[in-house]
Design a protein around this ligand. Structure first.
Ligand code: ZN
Length: 375
């Protein structure tokens, strides 16, 4: 017994030298952080490699959003961002970067290249972005290529408005949802013109971990969806779809959402951004959908167009939320400021296994649900 002790002790010492997150292994964990209708997703692979997709909002909200991302990083046991993907240069996707960079090292910056939509609001942020990226590894995402991340197959399906022309493995059949597709002449939410905005430049990703598949296209436009998905479905089916454009009806056509047949949809909406009736109709009608999870209760959907509260990470504390959706602001008139939500915020976390099973959990109420492999 005495002779066995030193070996046992050294194994124990080795075991204790690795932090909990690395020892837990095996699952791919995805935190969809509440950045109030912006985007920030922290992905941590079974080997502990981290990918952050976007950094939340700019201006006064940047400190808040950077802190919320750091809370997820702490929960995941992550002490550096190995790869930061900035999908495009709108304030709700890149705005928190300067604040976040003061809190955690970022090893690689991945983006689509030059900004096509300069504005006085975002240009100072992008100045800082450029300075930070110059001190790290800086990679331009190119459609059809992979981002090397151990254990995952991370494929770029669109960037710089160059949409994937080839077919992903296992995909390619005719898409029956193309027939009803109607192109948009204007953005149905803003009333503004369509065209060469940063949204269309979005770095869009398809990610495979074993049998578990995810699609996140960022703010990819409705009219681009038909180019990606018609007449043949180049993407195939996925387990998880993180909605485009925060669940607004300026993206998320049936030709996309119904064809990819997600089992679970997560909507990274804000209180007054995303979740409009037209979008909810498409999402909730998706043929293989088991559950839609929302980052926020959506005032633009009201009590009529919502999922049960158990699937919503952040709820309205005002008990008098009307049944009817909040009417959209008239075209050209800025919507009233969204309700302030600067207090505690909650993420939705996905933990996936290589066999394709995954568990989604709501950090607010502790509710979690497991989706078994093979359904
Ligand atoms: Zn956005």
């Amino acid at each position: 017994m005495m002779r066995a002790a030193p070996a046992a002790l050294s194994i124990l010492a080795l075991f204790m030298a690795f932090p909990a997150a690395q020892r837990a292994a095996k699952s791919l964990d995805i935190y969809i952080v509440d950045v109030e209708g912006g985007n920030a997703q922290l992905w941590v692979t079974p080997s502990g490699e981290s990918v952050l997709i976007d950094t939340g909002n700019a201006g006064a909200a940047a400190v808040r959003d950077a802190d919320r991302i750091m809370a997820a990083a702490k929960d995941a046991g992550v002490s550096q961002i190995d790869h930061l993907i900035t999908t495009h240069y709108h304030g709700d996707h890149v705005g928190g970067l300067p604040e976040l960079a003061t809190r955690i090292p970022i090893k690689e910056f991945i983006d689509h290249g030059a900004n096509v939509q300069p504005t006085p609001q975002i240009d100072p942020v992008l100045q800082q972005y450029g300075e930070l990226a110059a001190k790290a590894k800086h990679t331009f995402a190119k459609t059809g290529t992979r981002i090397p991340i151990a254990g995952l197959d991370w494929r770029i399906v669109s960037a710089t408005a160059q949409i994937l022309k080839t077919t992903l493995p296992g995909a390619g059949g005719p898409n029956p949802y193309c027939a009803g597709f109607k192109r948009h002449d204007v953005n149905p939410v803003s009333g503004g013109p369509l065209g060469n905005t940063e949204d269309e430049q979005s770095v869009a990703s398809h990610i495979t971990f074993g049998r578990f598949r995810v699609l996140y296209l960022a703010d990819f436009d409705w009219n681009q969806e038909v180019e990606l998905m018609c007449p043949n479905n180049r993407i195939g089916t996925v387990d998880l779809f993180v909605v485009s454009r925060h669940g607004q009806p300026s993206s998320n056509s049936e030709a996309l959402v119904h064809a990819i047949r997600p089992r679970v949809i997560i909507m990274n909406n804000g209180p007054r951004k995303g979740g409009q009736p037209a979008a909810m109709n498409v999402l909730l009608n998706s043929p293989r959908l088991e559950d839609l999870w929302q980052i926020h209760f959506a005032l633009l959907g009201g009590q009529e167009y919502t999922v049960p509260g158990i699937f919503i990470a952040n709820v309205e504390e005002d008990a008098t939320v009307p049944l009817a959706p909040l009417p959209p602001a008239p075209r050209g008139v800025p919507a009233p400021a969204a309700p302030q939500h600067n207090g505690p915020a909650y993420w939705i976390k996905v933990s996936a296994q290589a066999d394709g099973s995954f568990t989604v959990s709501n950090a607010r109420n502790g509710f979690s649900k497991t989706y078994r492999a093979g359904n």
